[in-house]
Design a protein around this ligand. Structure first.
Ligand code: AVI
Length: 322
């Protein structure tokens, strides 16, 4: 009888790379795109003309900032404006500025895993909007949210922008939303940006730019495995490939092996064989419509109270409450 030796891993990254590349079909989680190089590439993506998501959400904030912030401040009581995964805060600053111009009492609490990101955001806020009270929260979303929750009973408005939830399968999104719901009090709000179903070509173009920035972003996971796990992936031996299913609204990114090849991952003591044209599924970017959003909300014990769209209906921000 063959004996299975249980492999032990030092990090979750090692385990997920090991399991994903031993699976059939092969897969790697997109959360590992984001190291220093990946963060920079994603910033570049957000400035690409094809990546309409950022501009559409900015347009929503510029157009509807008065109504959005009035809803945030509903009862006139001080509140905490908590942002999950704040990044450079470019979009949020529009709302922060509006809130402070209206003399609304709030504290901005951006949560990010990276202290570096938080430090950069905090110093830019001190420069640009010195009157805004800022309390950065380093940690994972839920670690930080749980910490904030036990502080005092202050009402919360939680922001989750940029269609970040779209990188989760519906099933995972529901687990995530239920967790947020569980940490919300009755009067708290959850403000979420969700990319909408649209002309499939527009979506394919956004994830398959001619300059190849998205391809670099996708391949960054291989670069990271090379560096952190002592592997020898040749990035030019893989092709970035995007598909979009207009029925389900799911965009999927793949890395496709251009030839039969073996990659060695020393740190995992693993040789990974690829057939020619074999795939690694790396990311989903889900697109939504109102019915799907209402279904997700219902599954998670939330309800949609308001929504805001850009002129072209490319993107929407929804307000959820418990
Ligand atoms: C972060 N996330 C919402 C982006 C998206 O649109 O799925 C990541 C991305 N992947 C390729 N381009 C941008």
């Amino acid at each position: 009888m063959q004996q299975e030796t249980a492999t032990t891993f030092e990090t979750q990254f090692e385990e997920e790379v090991h399991d994903g590349l031993n699976a059939f079909p092969k897969r790697l989680p997109s959360k590992y795109f984001y190291d220093e190089i990946g963060d920079k590439l994603f910033q570049d993506i957000m400035h690409m003309p094809e990546y309409y998501l950022t501009d559409a959400e900015l347009e929503i904030f510029e157009t509807h900032k008065a109504e959005i912030t009035e809803r945030f401040a509903a009862d006139g009581q001080p509140f905490n404006l908590i942002e999950l995964g704040a990044g450079d805060g470019k979009k949020t600053k529009i709302l922060l500025k509006q809130l402070s111009e209206k003399n609304i009492d709030f504290t901005y609490e951006p949560i990010d895993i990276s202290q570096n990101v938080l430090d950069g955001l905090e110093s830019s806020l001190h420069r640009e909007l010195p009157e805004v009270k800022v309390a950065t929260q380093q940690g994972t979303y839920f670690e930080a949210l749980e910490r904030i929750n036990t502080d005092d009973g202050t009402r919360k408005v939680i922001l989750f922008l940029g269609s970040n939830i779209g990188n989760l399968l519906h099933e995972q999104a529901i687990v995530f939303l239920k967790h947020v719901q569980d940490l919300m009090q009755e009067d708290d709000l959850f403000f979420v940006g969700l990319d909408q179903k649209k002309n499939p070509q527009t979506i394919l173009d956004a994830y398959n730019d001619p300059a190849g920035i998205t391809a670099e972003f996708n391949k960054n996971i291989l670069r990271r495995i090379n560096r952190e796990l002592e592997a020898n992936f040749r990035l030019d031996a893989f092709l970035h490939w995007e598909v979009y299913d207009p029925e389900t609204g799911t965009a999927k990114s793949y890395l496709v092996s251009k030839k039969r090849q073996t990659v060695e991952i020393k740190k995992l003591d693993l040789d990974v064989n690829f057939e020619a044209w074999e795939t690694i599924h790396t990311e989903i970017s889900q697109k939504y419509d109102d019915a799907t959003v209402a279904w997700l909300a219902e599954q998670s014990g939330l309800q949609v109270t308001h929504q805001f769209a850009d002129q072209a209906n490319q993107f929407k921000n929804y307000i959820f409450k418990k």
